[in-house]
Design a protein around this ligand. Structure first.
Ligand code: MTE
Length: 316
């Protein structure tokens, strides 16, 4: 029998939720007709059914965190995806125009394997993991989401960046027909994001293709999006069509829009306020009261070393 030692950030689902919550999650999944990863029936994407189940989340201090999974309804109806409008319910209402299949991603810059890839060339659908992550939006709300996907490092390793690559940069699709919100210039399209190479290679950074064992819905960034749980949610670029390996720090969408408000790093930091509001607390969607925000969103033990020696007030 193969026994794998757990990494410090891995907890079983039973540790994340109480046992009754865990059971009711299963009930919920049944009621919604959603089949969890590892089961075979009912999945839109049969490859998800083949996935190996691996659960991960941040350290559980037990202090004032009570992490419960948000339900599928909240995760898929309270969204930020400005390509479909700026209200939280716009993406669910208007994203049906996005055609997520077939999908290709162009890779360029400092790497040995540039080119245009079909999604199945980049993601090994037989090796999808389930990872339960706390997600913290810069607007001071949060959710706990069971993602399905692969470590970003696995995708990057296929592309073989050279040592001139210091950052990885991502772009979302631009197509006004599929993304009608792009007719308004709320953002200079495409939506752009990036990570420093060592952040991108960190095992917690992931490319997600599903939630609750279901393929991503358009409003959540189908068919593939970035998930970086120790950073504010805006780093999680959706519906990715371009990956570039670059030497210089990318000028990302929110930095262009308001450089004094949004920095490149965007690490969750309760001690550094947004110029217009505090980041010390957050409201978990579904909760009435607010809870304390944790440094690096609770993943400090795993990621703090990436920023040692850096002034996090300057590099916000
Ligand atoms: N990606 C694109 N292309 N467009 C967007 O407007 N919004 C970001 C991020 N990715 C956004 C995006 C923000 S602000 C957040 S909080 C998360 O997506 C929200 O992800 P969710 O709707 O799946 O919870």
């Amino acid at each position: 029998m193969l026994i794998r030692n757990k990494d410090s950030w891995e907890l079983s689902e039973n540790e994340v939720t109480s046992e009754s919550d865990y059971k009711s999650r299963r009930e919920f999944i049944k009621a919604a007709g959603i089949v969890s990863v590892g089961a075979t029936a009912g999945l839109l994407n049969p490859s998800l059914a083949m996935a190996t189940l691996k659960t991960a989340t941040g350290p559980y201090s037990g202090e004032d965190i009570r992490d419960e999974l948000n339900d599928y309804n909240a995760i898929t109806n309270y969204n930020n995806f400005y390509e479909f409008g700026i209200n939280k319910d716009d993406p669910a209402k208007y994203s049906h125009t996005l055609v997520a299949k077939p999908w290709s991603v162009t890779v360029d810059g400092h790497c040995e394997n540039p080119g245009t890839y079909g999604i199945e060339d980049l993601i090994d659908f037989n090796k999808l993991e389930e990872r339960i992550y706390r997600m913290r939006c810069v607007e001071a709300w949060s959710m706990v989401i069971p993602w399905n996907g692969v470590p970003l490092s696995e995708v990057i390793n296929k592309l073989k960046p050279t040592n001139r690559a210091k950052y990885v940069y991502f772009e979302t699709l631009v197509d006004e027909k599929q993304m009608p919100g792009q007719r308004r210039n709320v953002i200079k399209w495409p939506y752009r994001e990036g990570l420093r190479m060592d952040e991108a290679m960190h095992p917690l950074a992931m490319i997600a293709v599903g939630i609750y064992g279901e393929e991503l819905l358009n409003q959540n960034g189908a068919p593939l999006r970035l998930v970086v749980p120790w950073k504010y949610g805006f780093k999680g670029v959706k519906s990715i069509v371009k990956i570039s390996f670059v030497e210089d720090e990318p000028n990302t969408s929110w930095m262009r829009l308001a450089p004094h408000e949004y920095g490149f790093y965007a690490n969750v930091n309760p001690e550094v306020s947004h110029p217009r509001w505090s980041q010390a607390k957050e409201r978990r969607i579904g909760d009435f009261s607010r809870r304390r925000t944790l440094m690096f969103n609770g993943y400090g033990e795993q990621v703090a070393h990436l920023y040692s020696g850096m002034d996090l007030r300057k590099n916000f």
